[in-house]
Design a protein around this ligand. Structure first.
Ligand code: PLP
Length: 228
């Protein structure tokens, strides 16, 4: 299967899941996770009409973004170290992985210094898994309220990366809890955070049924990654 065919199949699966959930398909954006793939491979997705890509390493963004068309959107989806903030800001339009108030405040401050505006999501460790980054649900409520008035970083929603489970139905309750948390924060904590970034190759249809507005899909588009 070509990347163009894979993209078409993933978009069709998104449309089918949206229909099943009685949601408008255009409420859901596909972030094509291109980490580890070289520019020539990503270009195939661009040639097929795709424009939104996700990367988890600042180093890869630094190499890829200037080398590709400038009408693409790049999302930073991996754990972000404090000392990489200034480097990553001019390279991306959204940071999915904001996992502390201190990091958010630093992003806002540096964006201000460098004359940039950026969108962000709060990463929530909704399953309270020791191996995962992210705020607890309680911390996310406080953070969303506290960060709602920043001038350069606009918090637009929540993101989660549940521990891998081959059975998507086992992950569904975590996706549902992230949606409930979003609704709770919007109703009670004075923050407008419509976006939910959740769902990867093996579970994005379930994430869409539970309200995802951004799905982060890598291997179903580009194939199996080689980390060697
Ligand atoms: C790699 C990655 C993805 C994509 O994973 P696939 O299983 O290849 O779809 C999504 N989100 C994050 C945070 C990732 O690091």
């Amino acid at each position: 299967m070509s990347i163009a065919e894979n993209l078409q199949r993933v978009q069709q699966t998104i449309a089918d899941a949206a229909k099943k959930a009685r949601r408008p398909t255009d409420e859901i954006s596909l972030v094509a996770v291109s980490k580890t793939w070289p520019i020539e491979v990503i270009q195939e997705a661009v040639d097929a009409g795709h424009r939104v890509f996700g990367e988890n390493k600042v180093q890869e963004l630094k190499q890829k973004v200037p080398a590709m068309a400038d009408d693409l959107q790049w999302h930073a989806i991996g754990h972000l170290q404090k000392n990489k903030v200034r480097k990553v800001l001019p390279l991306c339009t959204m940071i999915h992985s904001i996992d502390s108030v201190a990091l958010a405040e630093r992003i806002d401050r540096i964006a201000g210094e460098d004359g940039l505006k950026i969108q962000g999501l709060l990463q929530v460790n909704i399953a309270e898994d020791d191996t995962k980054f992210g705020l607890t649900a309680e911390e996310a409520k406080v953070a969303a309220e506290k960060l709602s008035g920043l001038s350069n970083l606009q918090i637009r929603g929540l993101m989660t990366v549940p521990a891998f489970d081959p059975e998507p139905e086992n992950v569904r309750p975590h996706f549902a809890r992230l949606r409930e948390l979003r609704d709770d924060i919007e109703a009670n904590f004075g923050a407008s955070i419509p976006h939910l970034s959740m769902g990867m190759s093996h579970d994005f249809p379930v994430a869409i049924e539970e309200g995802a507005t951004l799905v982060r899909v890598g291997s179903s588009i580009f194939g199996k990654r080689d980390y060697t």
